[in-house]
Design a protein around this ligand. Structure first.
Ligand SMILES: [Zn+2]
Length: 284
């Protein structure tokens, strides 16, 4: 079996002995799990081997592989789901806010910030460093500190590898990753669905919020921007999808507020007039 020639082409070349050891270990672990659970081992050894290979493939996904998968999802996202909003000044502005936040992160990836044309107030991210904000969101936020809070949350999903972990579980469950190779088209479709339509877990949302607060504080933004934005949207009858998932916005807000250091110096980014002149007259 030449795993180094998988169709998706993302796994490193290794010797035959290496893969033999990996698959043997996976089989033993899976077999032991079944026995431990008190079940007889009903799966044939070929299935155990396949599951072992799938789990190994996903657990060893490198940053470069994640970026390549993210690029494929990005191409489809801006080709089929959304149109890029073609204002380079606006994109540069959003990128600057994103890069200021990235200084506080420890995961180095080539990040790409994209403004998409949509009246929905929304932001989302996919694996490999791709972050999106809608023109609707840019029109809704009142200042740069609020925008930084939202972008920080999406960066938090990437640094926390939340999308990768969610995709790992679904790809193995749906049989998209098999010993015959990763089905890149189906993986890309799944990535798109995860970025736009599937809610993240409660733990992932809370983790992304905590990360956002850290990045905002490290960049010098006033944390009230993040809190006020969430507070404003949480009170609306239909909060946007990136806030409306479990847990409830009010619960997330309370958890965040607890973490703001009481002695924190006032940060920047609260100037609403400066924000409006930078962004709002460039929106559709
Ligand atoms: Zn989120």
């Amino acid at each position: 079996m030449r795993l180094s020639r998988l169709s998706f082409g993302v796994f490193p070349r290794r010797g035959r002995r290496f893969w033999a050891v990996v698959t043997l270990v996976c089989c033993l672990v899976l077999g032991a799990e079944s026995l431990w659970a008190g079940k007889s081992v009903a799966l044939p050894w070929t299935d155990l081997l396949r599951r072992g290979v799938e789990i190994y493939q996903w657990s060893s996904l490198t940053d470069a592989q994640e970026v390549r998968l993210g690029q494929a999802i990005h191409r489809q996202l801006i080709g089929q789901e959304f149109a890029v909003y073609p204002d380079t000044v606006l994109t540069d502005y959003v990128t600057q806010v994103g890069e200021r936040l990235l200084a506080g992160t420890s995961r180095t990836l080539p990040y790409t910030f994209t403004v998409v044309r949509s009246p929905q107030v929304n932001a989302f991210a996919t694996m490999g460093g791709f972050v999106y904000v809608t023109t609707g969101l840019l029109g809704q936020v009142r200042n740069e500190a609020e925008l930084a809070g939202v972008i920080g949350h999406e960066i938090g999903h990437i640094t926390g590898r939340h999308v990768v972990k969610q995709m790992q579980q679904m790809a193995v469950a749906q049989g998209i990753a098999t010993a015959a190779g990763l089905d890149s088209n189906r993986l890309t479709g799944l990535g798109l669905e995860l970025a736009l339509r599937r809610p993240r877990s409660r733990e992932a949302e809370m983790d992304a919020d905590r990360r956002a607060l850290r990045y905002v504080l490290a960049a010098g933004y006033d944390p009230s921007g993040l809190l006020n934005f969430m507070r404003g949207l949480a009170g609306r009858p239909a909060p946007p999808s990136f806030l409306s998932t479990h847990p409830a916005p009010q619960e997330r807000l309370a958890a965040l507020a607890e973490r703001v250091p009481p002695q924190a110096e006032p940060g920047f980014g609260l100037d609403e007039i400066a924000y409006r002149s930078a962004v709002q007259n460039r929106l559709p």
